[in-house]
Design a protein around this ligand. Structure first.
Ligand code: NAP
Length: 397
């Protein structure tokens, strides 16, 4: 069975491929593809596994992409940014008649794809295509489904939280993604979809573990789109984030409050430029001055917690008010890529019966088992992966 991983040597995907090898997989051929064949070859040498091969394809070349995937069983799309690349990749995958999975975390990509005819075309072809199976959306959303299945009759409110250490790996695409996320933050309040830029309101949240209590603000993230497809009656839903250290959070706050995330072009000394493009260039230039992390540096970094996340749920069970908080602590790349690989294997084994394009919350039916399997696999690879769950009954209503 053959798996093609687009962007397979990327900062996140690689941790999934290592996991696939260490766990022994149903896939006996795994192709890592991107534009940079040298990087892919280097990665393959380091992985030292007979099942992994390298390919060089620019995913925006639809013909070349079709040729790459036409004889595989599952396509895993780990390229980004998704709002630029996902539509064409999904369309080509439908034309090739293959099952698909990604860890899309870009809300615009979800709107673009679900408002098109692609879901219908995928369903007509009998394909199973899962969007958003990473850390968040992904593992955290499934943890929310798992809490729902174990503890609740109904859910009224969900808040997703995440906080990352600014030393976590990520290139220009990640900085561009953060600027987009803090520009407009959709959220659901009393059943209505509203939007507000980040940092206009802030809260305190206790992430527990090593990140502890910290300021959070709303961020534009796909869970506002994905989770209601699983639980349409949730009245309040938002995603809140923070950064470690606090100075990084405060830096993005200043950028947001100064209007520097706007894409409205200004004429500066005769040249048209948007505040967003300007500030992105500044941030990329500042980042390039910092020392590049080696594999050894990354190994050392991941000896400590560099990402925390949580899902908070309020709802009812047997007429009583119930609250739940599930807190997760670990490192972003394994937490992003291992759920994707678990999902890819489920696709390979035809364990997901639904057809069409679906979000992760719709795809994974046995959420508690998925959570346990992901925890086990990340831990067995030697990464920190802690889960702490709190459940409170607040009396009769
Ligand atoms: N759901 C979640 O929890 C979650 C968490 C973290 C990240 N993400 C998302 O995951 C995506 C990847 O993140 P990352 O940190 O792994 O980024 P990254 O390190 O930049 O990896 C992206 C990969 O895609 C490849 N790629 C980019 N454009 C391509 C093209 N046109 N054709 C072929 N390959 C292409 C890159 O290789 P070349 O440049 O060599 O082509 C690279 O291998 C981002 O969009 C990010 O927002 C999701």
């Amino acid at each position: 069975m053959k798996l093609v991983v687009l962007g397979g040597a990327g900062s996140q995907a690689l941790y999934g491929i290592r996991n696939l090898i260490s766990q022994g997989s149903i896939f006996d051929e795994v192709v890592i593809s991107s534009r940079n064949i040298e990087r892919n070859r280097k990665v393959i040498e380091e992985l030292n596994s007979p099942i992994v091969k390298a390919a060089q394809v620019d995913v925006s070349d639809k013909k070349a992409l079709y040729e790459l995937i036409k004889d595989c069983d599952v396509v895993a799309n780990c390229t980004g940014p998704y709002h630029l690349l996902a539509y064409d990749i999904i369309e080509t995958t439908i034309e090739a008649g293959k099952d698909y999975i990604d860890f899309c975390d870009d809300i615009d990509a979800f709107y673009q794809i679900f408002n098109s005819d692609l879901p219908k075309r995928a369903e007509e072809k009998g394909l199973t295509m899962i969007m958003g199976l990473g850390a968040s959306p992904g593992f955290l959303s499934v943890l929310g489904c798992s809490a729902h299945q174990r503890y609740f009759d109904s859910m009224d409110e969900l808040i997703f939280y995440f906080a990352t250490d600014e030393r976590e790996p990520g290139g220009p695409a990640v900085l561009a993604h953060v600027l987009e996320c803090i520009h407009n933050a959709p959220y659901i309040e009393d059943g209505e979809l509203l939007t507000e830029p980040s940092f206009r309101r802030e809260w305190e949240f206790d992430f527990g573990d090593s990140f502890g209590q910290r300021k959070v603000t709303r961020i534009g993230h796909p869970e506002v789109f994905t989770f209601p497809r699983y639980a349409p009656n949730v009245k309040n839903l938002s995603v809140r984030f923070s950064l470690e250290p606090l100075s990084a959070y405060e830096g993005f706050k200043k950028i947001s409050l100064a209007g520097l995330t706007s894409e409205q072009e200004l004429v500066v000394k005769g040249t048209k430029i948007s505040p967003r493009d300007f500030i992105l260039s500044v941030l990329v230039a500042q980042k390039s001055l910092k020392k590049q992390m080696t594999d050894e540096d990354l190994k050392k970094l991941f000896e400590e917690v560099t990402a925390c996340a949580a899902v908070e749920i309020h709802g009812k069970k047997d007429g009583k008010d119930i609250s739940y908080i599930g807190r997760v602590a670990g490192n972003m790349p394994p937490l992003t890529a291992v759920p994707l690989i678990v999902g890819a294997e489920m696709l390979g084994k035809k364990e997901i019966a639904k057809k069409g394009i679906m979000v992760v919350e719709e795809a994974i039916e046995d959420a508690p088992s998925f959570v346990n399997e992901t925890l086990r696999r990340i831990r067995e690879d030697g990464y920190i992966m802690r889960l702490n769950e709190e459940y409170t009954v607040r009396g009769d209503c």
